[in-house]
Design a protein around this ligand. Structure first.
Ligand code: ATP
Ligand code: MG
Length: 182
């Protein structure tokens, strides 16, 4: 279906801001078992640089949300407490580009091409205590490639990581109609 990526990306991120609130409200009480693992005892803030333009793209909403959720959860999981996550969305002449940056552990150079492989996790010891299977990014890659898009990462160990997604995008004509060419 066609989805306004601008609105949808904001909606996905709103859920992460809400989870943070829920976590803060739960702090002090001892019954936060119902919360997702990443939302417990981890502080973060999200900075948004998101175009105000409507960007209609053809995606499967559920699958796309799963991809962004995984990248966001990774950004939280592999960052120290209080990390800043930057979420960006912009358009080029025929693509939309979305990125999520963290100031976390980063990915060592020799692992950077492997993080999209099934079950691959950097440093088993480091990852084990975080929970997870190492499938999130492999699934993300499949979902994005089915849409004709690309996913990649830029990272520096000890500094942080930026995950990028680009999707083909055909802007509507100025007059809003794309049927009058024939
Ligand atoms: P799952 O997503 O299945 O719960 P996972 O998070 O370990 O488990 P992926 O999301 O596929 O699996 O990520 C693969 C590995 O890439 C992670 O185990 C981690 O080592 C590394 N990684 C992913 N995102 C980041 C990040 N933002 N910063 C540092 N390392 C990362
Ligand atoms: Mg993951």
């Amino acid at each position: 279906e066609y989805v306004n990526l601008n609105e949808f990306f904001n909606y996905i991120l709103d859920r992460f801001d809400m989870m943070l609130k829920t976590d803060n409200e739960q702090a002090g009480k001892d019954n936060n078992q119902s919360l997702p693992a990443h939302a417990t005892h981890k502080q973060y803030s999200i900075r948004r640089e998101i175009t105000k333009r409507d960007l209609w793209v053809e995606i499967d909403q559920d699958k796309f949300m799963q991809v962004i959720d995984n990248i966001m959860n990774n950004a939280i999981k592999y960052s120290p407490d209080g990390g800043v996550i930057s979420a960006r969305l912009l358009e080029t002449h025929n693509h939309v580009i979305l990125s999520i940056s963290d100031q976390g552990l980063g990915i060592p150079r020799q692992d950077i091409n492997k993080v999209f492989d099934r079950f691959y996790r950097v440093d088993k010891a480091r990852s084990r205590q975080q929970g997870g299977t190492g499938l999130g990014l492999a699934i993300s890659k499949e979902v994005i490639e089915v849409l004709g898009g690309r996913i990649w990462v830029d990272s520096q160990e000890g500094k942080g990581s930026t995950f990028y997604i680009s999707l083909p995008y055909q802007p509507l004509d100025e007059d809003g109609g794309d049927w009058d060419e024939a």
